[in-house]
Design a protein around this ligand. Structure first.
Ligand code: FES
Length: 80
């Protein structure tokens, strides 16, 4: 059995590989990270904390850099 971590992504429980970043979880499950002010869907880009394109709400805290966070069991991630 594949070992993974279960998180809540936009209200849905999803399984991600153990040690995956939240940004990787977003990409794995086809969720954009946010919507720009002009309505354009955005995705994680740099993967190293520079572009800020991966921002999402994590455990109730808005605008977290998901590429810098490793998924923890029970983590709640909400994108726009
Ligand atoms: S992907 Fe660029 S800051 Fe996270």
């Amino acid at each position: 059995m594949k070992e993974g971590t279960a998180i809540s992504l936009n209200g849905r429980i999803v399984e991600v590989p153990k040690g995956a970043t939240v940004a990787a979880a977003l990409l794995q499950h086809g969720a954009g990270s946010r919507v720009s002010i002009s309505g354009e869907a955005r995705q994680p880009l740099c993967g190293m904390g520079i572009c800020f394109e991966c921002r999402a709400s994590v455990n109730g805290r808005a605008h977290q850099l998901t590429c810098q966070l490793v998924c923890e069991p029970g983590m709640v991630v909400v994108t726009e």
